[in-house]
Write a protein that binds this ligand. Structure first.
Ligand code: AMP
Ligand code: GLY
Length: 426
């Protein structure tokens, strides 16, 4: 059987997924909603609002779609997988209650506590318990302290004040400021010391397979300084994730997460993204995400030698354990080119030059558009340039060689993507 596939999303992550799926001999037709100029050459971009489930369902029926793959977290947390499964449609991505691992920090922390999964100690407060929360922080007197809005906050819901007065201001921000919607509940966590890494597992509700690890670069500035972003670059594999460490991550974190979700009647199907802090006591969970990372997906999907679509179908049919997943052993680095000013305000509509000169690696689009035959910027994160190599050094060099061929007004990128990995290898 050949599949008509609908992929939801528009970022670099979805371009990478579309790139992987388009290679499959099992694919009949690929639709990407809304997609971007990069996905246009791999399938057909269509305008759909992923939060309007009826609209999505109408499209699925009209185009005889067999499988829907959900890229971003928002529709999953809103319950798109439940809605489509009720209609007996195959969906790749967790149901609403399972997506709560990302959708509610309180749910995730309580879940980890119930299943003895290593993470930072925490307390939860409601928004009107400001005084209690302040008292708790002051009494503990341990700084930095980590304050998290319970709900989805587009990566901006975590504040890490360094002292008491900053902690009080942070609490005020969570109670009354721009984060107040996401922070109807507030999680206060111990600060974990260490280096971060992410491990990705694909799950069918019953079993899982690890499909890669990576290190993201969340801050806008070199040396991990400045404001948080969606991610300025990533590389894979990360040398900090040794074989021994991965064993611990699987046995102490991934296995108990998958079996815990199943035993609680919430089988987890989809990509499980585990954000880790590698502490001196071992790996601990910083956060779960219920989808691929962006830009981590761009360095993980290309490593898959197996048919990505077949692997995804095997998950939706609950037969992942019978499916072999073969990964190559190359290193990959992706540098994200962003619009100057991102993650705050930035201009759009700037002409992008030099894309035609890219002659190695892979170019994944994110915030771009085509107007009058010209490629223009159309978002904060604009392009992802993936370099490959036998070594991390080579992958990084290859990536930057291509990045330097591309230009647009006020283009910005970090020059130190992968540097942490190189330091560890030295
Ligand atoms: P999250 O959205 O939960 O991933 O948090 C965003 C970022 O805040 C993480 O990538 C970490 O850099 C940092 N962070 C979150 N929780 C902690 C913690 N308990 N200890 C140290 N850093 C943390
Ligand atoms: N790159 C971080 C994320 O996708 O959440």
């Amino acid at each position: 059987m050949k599949y008509n596939v609908l992929l939801l999303g528009s970022g670099g992550r979805e371009h990478a997924l579309a790139w992987g799926i388009a290679k499959s001999p099992k694919l009949e037709q690929l639709f990407i909603a809304p997609g971007n100029p990069g996905t246009e050459s791999l399938g057909k971009n269509v305008q759909l609002n992923a939060s309007d489930f009826d609209e999505v369902w109408e499209f699925i029926q009209a185009h005889s779609i067999h499988l829907t793959i959900v890229g971003p977290e928002q529709p999953l947390v809103e319950g798109i997988a439940d809605f489509l499964e009720e209609k007996c449609h195959a969906v790749f991505g967790p149901k609403q209650q399972a997506a709560m691992l990302e959708g509610s920090k309180e749910f995730a922390k309580d879940f980890m506590k119930r299943h003895d999964i290593p993470t930072a100690g925490y307390e939860v407060f409601s928004q009107d318990e400001f005084d209690k929360a302040a008292e708790y922080i002051i009494e503990k007197g341990e700084y930095p302290v980590v304050l998290k809005a319970d709900g989805l906050a587009g990566g901006k819901g975590v504040l890490i004040p360094e002292n008491e007065s900053d902690a009080i201001s942070a609490l005020e921000e969570l109670q009354d400021g721009s984060l107040s919607d996401a922070a109807s509940r507030l999680v206060i966590e111990e600060f974990m010391e260490g280096e971060e890494a992410s491990v990705f597992a694909i799950c069918d509700g019953d079993s899982y397979k690890v499909i890669g690890n990576a290190q993201d670069h969340k801050r806008i500035g070199e040396g991990d300084t400045g404001l948080n972003t969606g991610g300025m670059g990533a590389y894979s594999p990360a040398p900090i994730v040794t074989k021994e460490l991965l064993k611990r991550v699987e046995s102490e974190i991934i296995q108990p997460t998958v079996s815990g979700m199943k035993s609680e009647g919430n089988p987890y199907q989809g990509i499980l993204y585990v954000g880790l802090m590698i502490t001196k006591d071992g790996p601990k969970v910083v956060e779960y995400n219920c989808r691929f990372g962006d830009p981590e997906c761009q360095v993980i999907v290309p490593a898959m030698r197996s048919d990505l679509l077949e692997v995804i179908i095997s998950c939706t049919e609950g037969r992942l354990s019978e499916t072999d997943i073969e990964l190559d052993d190359k290193y990959r680095c992706t540098v994200v080119m962003v619009s100057g000013g991102y993650p705050q305000s930035y201009d759009k509509g700037k002409e992008i030059r030099g894309v035609d000169k890219v002659d190695s690696g892979i170019l994944f689009h994110a915030g771009t558009k085509i107007e009058n035959g010209k490629l223009l910027t159309n978002g904060g994160r604009v392009l992802n340039i993936v370099g490959e190599g036998e070594s991390l050094h080579e992958a990084i060099d290859n990536s930057y060689t291509q990045v330097k061929k591309i230009s647009f007004e006020k283009a910005f990128f970090r020059n130190d993507i992968g540097a942490k990995g190189i330091k560890r290898l030295a």
